[in-house]
Design a protein around this ligand. Structure first.
Ligand SMILES: *[C@@H]1O[C@H](CO)[C@@H](O)[C@H](O)[C@H]1NC(C)=O
Ligand SMILES: *[C@@H]1O[C@H](CO)[C@@H](O)[C@H](O)[C@H]1NC(C)=O
Ligand SMILES: *[C@@H]1O[C@H](CO)[C@@H](O)[C@H](O)[C@H]1NC(C)=O
Ligand SMILES: *[C@@H]1O[C@H](CO)[C@@H](O)[C@H](O)[C@H]1NC(C)=O
Ligand SMILES: *[C@@H]1O[C@H](CO)[C@@H](O)[C@H](O)[C@H]1NC(C)=O
Ligand SMILES: *[C@@H]1O[C@H](CO)[C@@H](O)[C@H](O)[C@H]1NC(C)=O
Ligand SMILES: *[C@@H]1O[C@H](CO)[C@@H](O)[C@H](O)[C@H]1NC(C)=O
Ligand SMILES: *[C@@H]1O[C@H](CO)[C@@H](O)[C@H](O)[C@H]1NC(C)=O
Ligand SMILES: *[C@@H]1O[C@H](CO)[C@@H](O)[C@H](O)[C@H]1NC(C)=O
Length: 638
């Protein structure tokens, strides 16, 4: 029992499937006879009560299909359901020399007309005039005349040229025709080779004339069953918009069917919608087409999947891609797409590359501009001269720093790194990459002449190697104003030692004298040992730095060479160092070693007296230390 059940289900499924497939292919109404001999009879045609649409009843006799009429029978041997056509057999009208009359008529009945496109009125005979009288909405007619006086004048070709055979068109929409002969022409004169004439309406493409047809009985015997004639039929004589209004007579009853106007006759036909096939005149007649079963008609080179009324074609691999319009995975289309995609990708890649290039170019431009600027500054600041000197080993202790190095060392010239601001520029504390602490002096703006002098000065200074002179480590010429890098001196200036607020303990006279001696040695060295002699030009206690153990280090020398020479700036410079300045220099503006000596004298007085170069006396009056000293010397009141 348990084993039988699946079997039963399987059998039932098979049966259902077969029923389903048979209904799918059924053309006749359910329960009606579908075939007659070799012929399929599709609804609206049908045999028997309830099996046909009104006007389409047929019978099956001796395996042939006949259209019924009490007075006439038409043999149908081919029905085109969707084309609205039927191929029928019609009779031939004939008349022999010893007879009169002879006619053949055809009544197509309701919904059928003789196809004007497919058929021709044809007459076979010599001395024959055939007529067709018929009806559509009007009484219409047609006629053709064939003439051949003797056998030789018969056209031997298969053309109906009027010599043994003639053809003519017929009016459209004929539902009745009666073919007759004109009695004034008969075969009595040609009865020797052509005793009888024949006329018929038949498919033009079917008929081929043969000269032998003119002979006695040849034609009649060959076509005793009649000739093929194509009829057009319609489901109704209305147009679609009219027909759809009366659902009791509307023929297109299948789901997924629609009404079309017949192109060949007056009226409408039914057809299945796209993606469906079957009989639109039957309920459930239009069935979905499984397009995947017909790859020739519905090509899909990928994976085909049927959907109701349509199908999907998905492509097998990435190398294929669907052409949605054609629903194929056409490799040519794919390659074209791929090419386009590639091209597009290429174009976008190019565009991106171009953008990058432009960007890089802009950056490079900016860089070059910067480099050019730097080079310009370098040149302006006497860099070339210095560079030449360095190359020729005249200068080997000075290093040329880059702008970045100094910016990094001073934390971008942060104000917290500022050590002091003087007449010549600002001094910053800097820490180089290697950890060395340096003093960086940023000069004030200079003019072109001074810049060359500056470089010269650098060369000279770089050659000085004296323990009491602050060592110049290098310079930076890439900036608008040159910068100098000096060794770092830890204990401040002599000025701070003597007069500073945070003075911790009084400095002994010995120390002070040693500082004086060391400073003097430095100046002496500059004045006598250096070549050419270097004049400091601004000797004062703030310019004497103190290293470990208060070792004196003269700094900021050579500044005189960098001093502005025009009046106004000169005056500003004088303000800072008044009290130390040699009176002769003030008058002559000629800087000599003697100016330094005078200034150093003031420093000596400072060291001895611990007074400011310009000091206030007990009465609060400002006094010049040098003048006071000279006065005291004169009065012997030292
Ligand atoms: C059926 O068709 C075949 C070939 O198409 C033909 O030989 C045969 O005579 C036909 N039978 C009938 C009954 O029409
Ligand atoms: C059918 O065939 C029979 C015998 O062959 C014949 O007597 C009869 O007339 C035929 N019917 C038609 C309609 O041709
Ligand atoms: C048969 O034909 C005649 C005319 O020849 C027509 O009046 C009649 O309606 C037709 N009968 C049928 C059933 O079509
Ligand atoms: C019916 O007509 C179609 C095309 O017009 C043709 O292919 C087919 O063979 C015909 N069938 C018969 C039985 O004449
Ligand atoms: C109309 O006539 C033409 C030519 O005879 C034919 O091919 C076509 O199937 C007919 N019907 C329709 C609906 O086009
Ligand atoms: C006319 O002649 C043909 C043959 O010549 C013959 O078969 C036929 O019976 C004749 N018809 C009459 C009415 O004499
Ligand atoms: C033929 O058609 C016309 C117009 O369609 C109609 O008036 C006439 O009755 C029809 N004749 C036949 C015999 O069906
Ligand atoms: C056909 O025409 C002939 C001659 O005019 C006539 O005698 C015959 O009655 C007509 N037939 C029909 C059905 O009209
Ligand atoms: C629909 O057709 C039927 C049958 O031909 C007819 O009796 C009825 O009056 C028609 N109705 C309309 C609205 O045309």
């Amino acid at each position: 029992m348990a084993a039988a059940l699946p079997c039963l289900i399987f059998a039932a499924t098979l049966m259902l499937a077969s029923i389903k497939s048979s209904t799918a292919s059924r053309m006749a109404k359910p329960g009606c006879r579908e075939t007659c001999g070799n012929h399929t009879i599709p609804y609206p045609f049908g045999i028997g009560e309830g099996c046909f649409r009104e006007g389409f009843d047929v019978s099956c006799e001796n395996n042939s299909v006949y259209r019924h009429n009490s007075s006439s029978r038409i043999k149908i041997y081919n029905i085109s359901l969707l084309g609205g056509q039927a191929r029928v057999t019609t009779l031939i009208a004939s008349k022999c020399f010893n007879e009169t009359g002879g006619w053949a008529w055809l009544n197509t009945g309701k919904f059928f007309t003789i196809s004007t496109k497919a058929n021709k009125l044809t007459a076979v005979g010599c001395n024959t005039l055939a007529f067709l009288g018929g009806f559509n909405e009007h009484r219409v007619g047609a006629g053709c005349f064939s003439m051949c006086a003797d056998k030789r004048s018969v056209d031997e070709s298969d053309q109906c040229s009027g010599m043994g055979c003639c053809q003519t068109s017929i009016a459209p929409n004929l539902n009745f025709s009666n073919i007759t002969f004109d009695d004034r022409f008969d075969n009595s004169e040609v009865s020797g080779f052509n005793p009888c004439s024949y006329a018929f309406v038949a498919e033009q493409d079917w008929f081929r004339f043969e000269a032998s047809y003119l002979e006695d009985n040849k034609f009649k015997e060959k076509f005793k069953d009649g000739v093929p004639t194509l009829l057009d039929w319609v489901a109704g004589n209305e147009y679609c918009d009219e027909a759809v209004k009366n659902m009791s007579t509307y023929a297109c009853i299948s789901k997924n069917s629609r009404c079309i106007t017949s192109p060949n006759a007056t009226g409408y036909l039914c057809t299945c919608n796209n993606g469906f096939a079957g009989n639109p005149y039957l309920e459930e007649g239009c069935q979905d087409i499984n397009e995947c079963n017909f790859p020739d008609e519905y090509p899909c080179h990928g994976i085909c999947s049927n959907i109701i009324g349509d199908y999907d074609c998905s492509c097998k691999s990435a190398t294929q891609s669907a052409d949605p319009k054609r629903k194929t995975c056409d490799p040519i289309a794919v390659s074209e797409r791929a090419r386009l995609t590639k091209m597009f990708a290429g174009i976008s890649a190019c565009a991106v590359l171009l953008l990058i290039c432009i960007f890089a170019l802009l950056i490079e431009c900016q860089k070059r501009k910067l480099v050019k600027e730097k080079q310009l500054f370098f040149q302006q600041n006497g860099g070339l001269l210095l560079y030449d000197q360095i190359r020729s080993k005249q200068v080997d202790t000075v290093r040329i720093f880059t702008r970045e190095e100094l910016e990094n060392a001073t934390n971008n010239f942060d104000s917290s790194r500022e050590l002091g601001r003087g007449g010549h520029g600002t001094v910053y504390k800097g820490i180089l990459k290697d950890g060395r602490v340096v003093a960086i002096k940023r000069s004030k703006v200079m003019n072109m002449d001074q810049k060359d002098e500056f470089a010269q000065e650098m060369v000279i200074l770089s050659q000085i190697n004296h323990r009491n002179v602050v060592k110049l480590l290098g310079c930076c010429l890439e900036v608008e104003v040159p910068m100098l890098v000096y060794e770092w001196i830890s204990n401040g200036t002599l000025f701070e030692l003597m007069h500073g607020k945070n003075r911790r303990f009084p400095v002994s006279l010995d120390t002070r004298l040693r500082i004086a001696q060391e400073s003097a040695e430095a100046l002496a060295y500059l004045h006598s040992s250096a070549s050419p002699p270097i004049v400091h030009g601004d000797v004062k206690s703030p310019n004497i730095l103190l290293g470990d153990n208060y070792a004196a280090k003269v700094t900021d020398f050579g500044a005189s060479r960098m001093l502005p020479t025009d009046e106004i700036q000169f005056m500003t410079m004088v303000q800072g160092t008044i009290g130390y300045l040699d009176p002769e220099y003030l008058q002559e503006r000629q800087l000599t070693e003697k100016s330094d000596v005078y200034s150093f004298g003031v420093v000596l007085l400072e060291l001895i007296t611990m007074k400011f170069a310009i000091y206030s006396d007990s009465a609060g009056e400002k006094k010049n230390l040098a003048s006071s000293f000279l006065l005291a010397m004169k009065e012997n009141g030292l």
